[in-house]
Design a protein around this ligand. Sequence first.
Ligand SMILES: Cc1ncc(COP(=O)(O)O)c(C=O)c1O
Ligand SMILES: N[C@@H](CCOP(=O)(O)O)C(=O)O
Length: 526
Amino acid sequence: MASSCLFNASVSSLNPKQDPIRRHRSASLLRHRPVFVSCTADGNNNKAPIETAVKPPHRTEDNIRDEARRNRSTAVNPFSAKYVPFNAAPGSTESYSLDEIVYRSRSGGLLDVEHDMEALKRFDGAYWRDLFDSRVGKSTWPYGSGVWSKKEWVLPEIDDDDIVSAFEGNSNLFWAERFGKQFLGMNDLWVKHCGISHTGSFKDLGMTVLVSQVNRLRKMKRPVVGVGCASTGDTSAALSAYCASAGIPSIVFLPANKISMAQLVQPIANGAFVLSIDTDFDGCMKLIREITAELPIYLANSLNSLRLEGQKTAAIEILQQFDWQVPDWVIVPGGNLGNIYAFYKGFKMCHELGLVDRIPRMVCAQAANANPLFLHYKSGWKDFKPMTASTTFASAIQIGDPVSIDRAVYALKKCNGIVEEATEEELMDAMAQADSTGMFICPHTGVALTALFKLRNQGVIAPTDRTVVVSTAHGLKFTQSKIDYHSNAIPDMACRFSNPPVDVKADFGAVMDVLKSYLGSNTLTS
Ligand SMILES: Cc1ncc(COP(=O)(O)O)c(C=O)c1O
Ligand SMILES: N[C@@H](CCOP(=O)(O)O)C(=O)O
């Protein structure tokens, strides 16, 4: 039966793959002059259920959710996704609906979210590039989010009404001009500031997806009384913020005295039920897995593959920010090891769906005090040995038994990746050097920058290679480590780049003396 619906004519009235001239026109129409037409809600796969690029005028009585509801397409959604065992054996038929509450495959292995790639492939790379580009920087619900602007590739079947979003993503890709030139002799170095975000880390990207799905499950009357996680600080901050915004109870397990004060106060302020437990992160992770197996508390750690669907959009965003050109290297700090796989998956989907012609090489960087992946890599991927992680300034990656080890190894093998490590002194120096050029990064980003220093020194990364370092959290969450460093208060650390304040009397002569000595030094001319 024919029904009237809102479609962008440039997209809906043709199969873009069949007609390159019209395809070109369709791309420019999408950008510049989209129009509304009637179309049939018959599930015709040549039609994508996308929002219209030009909206009707805003009605004062509507908020952006109402507006999205009013403009919603009535066409059948051709896209879908399901859980399958991670890296399933060929011929495996095991799968689960995303509306099921399941974290592990029948054999106890990890799961992955598998998209109907054939449905996505009915549209070519140019179509997806144009669609994603057309959504950036708008306030349209939910596409104003960097995650939900890629909704068809994330959770294609969720109702826009169920989405819980803070318009996360679309984070700054910062050209590290001075840092690159001064310390590395590089001219094309970039820092993807995933930590300049709603709760100050990349976890927002995954949490919007997971909490949205929980919101949907609760509306479906599924037994979910709350959402829980173990955390080194950032996952709990994101979980509690998104749950608070949706009115869903959150429960967080934190290793006592092992996370920063700024991170601890986030779930407290957002009304989470916070348990401070006398163990490390791996101990908290073990407990939350046992508890969520017993109680109807939904597990929010990245063991849950939904999280990675959101996190993978950071990789897509990097390609988008380079006008769909592929960088040579992407360096990611690793702890529980979900994110390195999420990045790989984002790049891989862009390649497979024709948005780009290759994927970058990736480097996973670990703190030497918590380096099980590095040791595994150095052993030639022989037996993996979990460890007890030691204290590190990169406290959010103080993890010895990462749940996503298999995902990380898979991703690194597929992209010809490398694993590096950073000692405490190396990561703190790298952080201080970056800060001295105008950034304000977290110690985990210091770990990633150390990996870059090492690979540049070894000649693996060339001076002209386009390189992206993923900055995973905001530096303001980790000020105590910077205070310790700049106070030269860290035992056995030279703190070579510290810049402590100068104590001076409130006296004109004393201030003049100090300034003359400073101006006379080489500092200003270097
Ligand atoms: C700031 C920060 N950087 C890096 C990571 C590592 O991410 P992943 O656990 O996905 O390896 C985490 C969390 O583990 C984090 O909180
Ligand atoms: N750094 C993380 C550790 C847990 O990682 P997750 O991605 O599995 O939730 C944190 O901030 O808690």
